[in-house]
Ligand binder design. Structure first.
Ligand code: ADP
Ligand code: ZN
Length: 650
């Protein structure tokens, strides 16, 4: 057995590496640099933890892990210690004495992994420590976690990450591994440049999260829609609800609580101790729903988050994918649900326009928002679009009841295929696990409606010399002679009343989608008035048909709903009554241990490990040893107890 595999087996209790882990671990253990792009839940931690142990065993000293968040360090170090690994962190939660103690252990070669925040790493004092270690050949590896923080194109920009180039400049002989779960092409290039990783070998895993069901619905009454979603599909389960503003976070948390949902607020405006308390409850207890701004999430390792909901539009697809990626890390079914509407589009656009940033930065941000809108308005597979955004082609599944051939989706691949053999890619991509695949949306021919709207936008400006907002334009088209309409004489426009047959919801949906396709833009500097863009021309001339999602007045239909039984972990579903009892007893025992150690329960044992124990009902330590997730340290520490608890429950 190779040293890496031995470590995986003995320390972490796992039988085999997943995906690209083995390759990455070999490369880094042998002293190579690596850039690892792997989705959330893909198993990035082991990619540097195993090499850290292998290199330590080979006498090369300590691995330094740069991590942006205290909570993350705490739980990761906790998990490593549970596995019997000599790990520690240095951050502001430690007092002087504790800090000195860790520094002493570091210099004495007693640590395998040391976690620290970037601002700590780049202090003269800390760099001095590293100098000493390096002088004795005792710096095994630099691991830069959440590497997208180095880029302003990422969504968690941390300027301190920029200073990390000092590591490479001062100790070029020490291998580096940078890891992130998010990076579109522009962010990826930025990471490479900023961290000087040009020579690092890139390892890009598939970003697909097959167990997450994507659903984007039209916003009517977001609170009511959210309540319905949680009550129907996720009662008693852990989830995160992302909101744009702090005020909304607090209102929603209160509303959910009134409905008997165990919800908590989290945003940067709350006192630090309350924030910490809420986060701890979310991580450590079962079934808590966190209402939060995007301040919440980085480093949330909780594996059993069953849903992530957005009641407001995120900033861009990277943000959306990162946030939704916090659902279902354990690989069991999970939901990503979003409600969005015209107002969201207008708000986001305004935030970009009014930000103090440079114009070319704003331009990139607008492009990113447009890509997100296109996703929201898409009538085809959401997953194919998400993956295409990250430069990945989705391998389409067979559509049930259809004779479609296996096809590959994703813009890049279609382009490569070229026009002449493009036809073989024509069948729509199908993932079988997003709203558009599960229940293809009704599509209607909105060409006529779109032309009338665009022409109204054109004519009011022509007549009055200024632009107008969505409400006024819809009034004109629907033939409503409001005071404002009469004031400007807009009832004399040729399009007045021409769209009386369209409902307001329909018009709103068409407007939103015209903004999404870049035919219209909202001018935030001028009272959110609408302006034509060049892309409107072919539509106005009738050269380009507009086919849009039908605005649905109906509540989310039943077909997308998953019965509760199927939502539960497959491992749990297969347990018989006696095993269920053992599982419950083990969970209760785990809860006590976790509280004693001040760690989240999953750090002690995962649900899947407990389920396997409950199922196999081992009688001896030997039998227990073979179960995934039980390494040598945990076997020694908890083996007898686990056998006792499981035995007593049967
Ligand atoms: P990431 O940091 O990429 O989101 P983690 O490193 O937290 O992912 O890993 C996700 C989960 O998968 C963890 O609970 C981890 O223990 C588990 N895991 C990772 N690699 C393996 C493996 N080779 N075998 C079994 N479980 C694994
Ligand atoms: Zn799909």
């Amino acid at each position: 057995m190779s040293p890496a595999l031995a470590v995986l087996h003995d320390v972490f209790g796992y039988a085999a590496f997943r995906g690209q882990q083995a390759e990455i671990v070999d490369h880094v253990s042998a002293g190579g640099d690596a850039l690892v792009l792997m989705p959330t839940g893909g198993g990035k931690s082991l990619c540097y933890q195993v090499p850290a142990l292998v290199r330590q065993q080979a006498g090369r000293g300590v691995t330094l892990v740069i991590s942006p968040l205290i909570a993350l360090m705490h739980d990761q170090v906790g998990a490593l210690r549970e596995a019997g690994v000599a790990a520690a962190f240095l951050n502001s939660t430690l007092d002087w004495e504790q800090t000195e103690d860790i520094e002493r252990r570091l210099l004495a070669g007693q640590l395998t992994l040391l976690y620290a925040a970037p601002e700590r790493v780049t202090t003269p004092r800390f760099l001095g420590l590293l100098d000493t270690l390096a002088a004795h050949g005792q710096l095994a590896l630099f691991a830069i976690d959440e590497a997208h923080c180095v880029s302003q194109w990422g969504h968690d920009f941390r300027p301190e990450y920029r200073a990390l180039t000092v590591l490479h400049e001062r100790w070029p002989q020490v291998p580096r591994i940078a890891l992130t779960a998010t990076a579109d092409a522009i962010t990826r290039a930025d990471i490479v440049e900023r961290l000087q990783l040009q020579d690092a070998r890139p390892f890009v895993s598939s970003f697909d999260r097959p167990n997450i069901t994507y659903r984007l619905v039209e916003k009517q009454d977001a609170t009511r829609q959210l309540l319905q979603f949680i009550e129907r599909e996720h009662e008693g389960e852990a989830g995160i609800v992302y909101c744009q503003s702090r005020k909304r976070v607090e209102e929603l948390a209160a509303t959910l609580c009134q409905r008997g949902i165990d919800a908590l607020p989290y945003h940067a405006g709350l006192p630090a101790d309350e924030r910490q308390r809420n986060q701890d409850r979310f991580l450590r207890e079962d079934g808590v729903v966190m209402c939060a701004t995007i301040a919440f999430g980085m480093g949330i390792d909780k594996p059993d988050v069953r849903f992530v909901a957005h009641v407001d539009l995120p900033k861009n697809i990277e943000g959306y994918y990162q946030e939704t990626g916090r659902a279902g890390r354990d690989g069991d079914p999970a939901d990503a649900w979003m409600a969005y509407g015209l107002q969201d589009v207008v708000n986001q656009r305004r935030m970009i326009d009014e930000s103090p940033a440079e114009e070319d930065f704003k331009q990139v941000m607008r492009g990113k928002l447009d890509a997100l809108l296109a996703l929201a308005e898409a009538t085809d597979c959401r997953r194919a679009r998400l993956l295409a955004y990250f430069g990945e082609a989705m391998v389409s599944k067979l559509r049930p009841n259809s004779d479609a051939h296996e096809s590959i989706a994703g813009g890049a691949v279609q382009e490569l295929a070229g026009a002449e053999n493009g036809s073989q890619f024509n069948s729509q991509p199908y993932c079988g696990n997003c709203d558009n695949c599960l229940q293809p949306p009704d599509v209607w021919d909105a060409t006529d409606c779109a032309r009338k709207l665009l022409s109204t936008v054109f004519r009011v400006r022509e007549m009055s010399g200024i632009g107008f907002g969505a409400g006024h334009l819809m009034d004109i088209l629907r033939g409503k002679a409001t005071d404002k309409v009469r004031q400007y004489g807009h009832e004399r426009l040729s399009t007045f009343g021409l769209g009386a047959e369209f409902s307001e919801a329909q018009l709103r949906s068409v407007l939103r989608q015209l903004i999404a396709v870049g035919a219209l833009q909202v001018d935030a500097q001028a009272f959110n008035t609408l302006q034509l863009l060049p892309a409107a021309r072919p539509i106005l001339r009738g050269e380009q048909p507009v086919r849009l999602r039908a605005a649905s007045a109906a509540p989310p239909r039943e077909r997308v709903r998953r019965p509760r039984a199927a939502a539960a972990s497959p491992a749990l579903a297969s347990l018989d009554a006696a095993a269920q009892q053992r599982f419950a007893a083990l969970k209760a025992w785990r809860g006590e241990v976790a509280r004693e150690h001040n760690l989240p329960a999953y750090v002690i044992f995962h649900d899947a490990t407990l389920a396997a124990i409950a199922q196999q009902a081992p009688r001896t330590l030997d039998e227990l040893n073979g179960i995934s997730g039980i390494g040598a340290s945990k076997l020694e520490r908890y083996g007898q107890e686990v056998l006792r608890v499981a035995g007593a429950a049967a």
